[in-house]
Design a protein around this ligand. Structure first.
Ligand SMILES: C[S@@+](CC[C@H](N)C(=O)[O-])C[C@H]1O[C@@H](n2cnc3c(N)ncnc32)[C@H](O)[C@@H]1O
Length: 313
């Protein structure tokens, strides 16, 4: 891939840069290919040049800007993204998600926009007295990855105890960093292990459990874009032949692990709504609801363990 001559004024981060030079450098690199929105994302998260500042620069190229990284370094990241399809989020180590700026690294799934809705659903479906008076009732995030959902739930339910579970060392390391950065770590306990298993001591006390498990059918994983298939962890994506291996496992133990009346909220693939509903019903859960994403596609399911009075009928 051809390179663009680095500009002498950007020998060091924080060096002042003439706006017209920056715009010319951007145009030269984009002329070699690549998506302008991705490039501007890199300038924003990697260089600290917000989108609105870039627009202001277009209107007035005589302005001077300060970037957080030298142009040569940004250019090298861009070339890696273009050459090896490395996700920009891994290259800059950051991913904006809801109102958070999460740290991400290879080995942990990059949080997706649709997953943001799980937090809104959890808040909407959780009754205001759902945790009761006692602090004995908890929430949990199964398959926490970067900890995105755990951070958001800890902030949505301050003072409530939560659990973040993952099988992967790297995910737990990253989740700990993000929970600590959001100053919610004291309320959340991280546990390594297989879905509900590490939470056995608090089975029956979990009033809210969210999970975005791996749900992509194995054959579909092979067809994903290289930026995902080659770099994101397979264990976070691959849900087995029909994509439902993890959801089957989570559903199977839900009615023992949830508190009576407790809510399970899952994300799933775009074509799994009926199958997930069947699995949740077969596991003895009730009050099944289907939830759609912003495009109207059913992507989430919620269901409850029946309250004790109903279970004993
Ligand atoms: C789709 S990712 C979701 C990550 C994060 N919650 C999010 O929404 O971005 C699924 C996560 O489940 C974890 N996982 C896979 N198998 C697991 C298992 N048997 N028990 C616990 N976690 C598991 C993966 O390591 C991965 O972090």
């Amino acid at each position: 891939m051809a390179t663009v001559e680095p500009l002498p004024s950007q020998a060091a981060p924080g060096a002042a840069l003439h706006g017209a030079d920056l715009l010319a450098w951007r145009s030269c690199l984009l002329a070699l290919g690549g998506r302008p929105d991705a490039f501007d994302w890199l300038l924003d998260l990697g260089g600290g040049l917000r989108w609105r500042d870039l627009q202001a620069l277009r209107l007035d190229p005589e302005r001077t800007v300060l970037l957080e990284r030298p142009l040569a370094e940004l250019e090298a990241l861009w070339q890696r993204h273009r050459r090896d399809a490395e996700p920009l989020q891994y290259l800059v180590g950051l991913c904006p998600w809801r109102d958070l700026e999460l740290q991400v690294a290879p080995g942990v799934l990059i949080p997706r926009q649709e997953t943001e809705l799980l937090v809104d659903l959890a808040v909407a479906l959780m009754p205001s007295d759902g945790f009761g008076e006692a602090s004995a009732l908890h929430w949990a995030d199964l398959g926490t990855g970067s900890g995105c959902l755990a951070v958001a739930l800890a902030r949505a339910f301050p003072g409530r105890r939560g659990w973040a579970v993952d099988a992967s060392d790297e995910a737990l390391r990253q989740a700990r960093l993000n929970l600590a950065a959001a100053a919610v770590l004291p309320a959340v306990t991280l546990r390594q292990g297989d879905w509900w298993q590490p939470l056995r001591p608090c089975w029956g006390k979990l009033v809210l459990v969210v999970s975005n498990p791996p749900y992509i059918p194995s054959a579909t994983v092979q067809q994903l874009e290289p930026v995902v298939r080659r770099h994101e962890p397979l264990a976070a994506l691959d849900g087995g032949v029909d994509g439902l291996d993890s959801i089957r496992r989570i559903a199977a133990e839900a009615s023992q692990a949830l508190a009576p009346g407790g809510l399970l909220l899952l994300e799933h693939h775009h074509d799994q709504s009926a199958a997930v509903g069947q699995l949740l019903r077969a596991a003895g859960l009730t009050d099944l609801q289907v939830h759609r994403d912003l495009e109207g596609v059913p992507r989430f399911a919620s269901a409850r363990r029946p309250p004790l009075a109903e279970e004993s009928r």
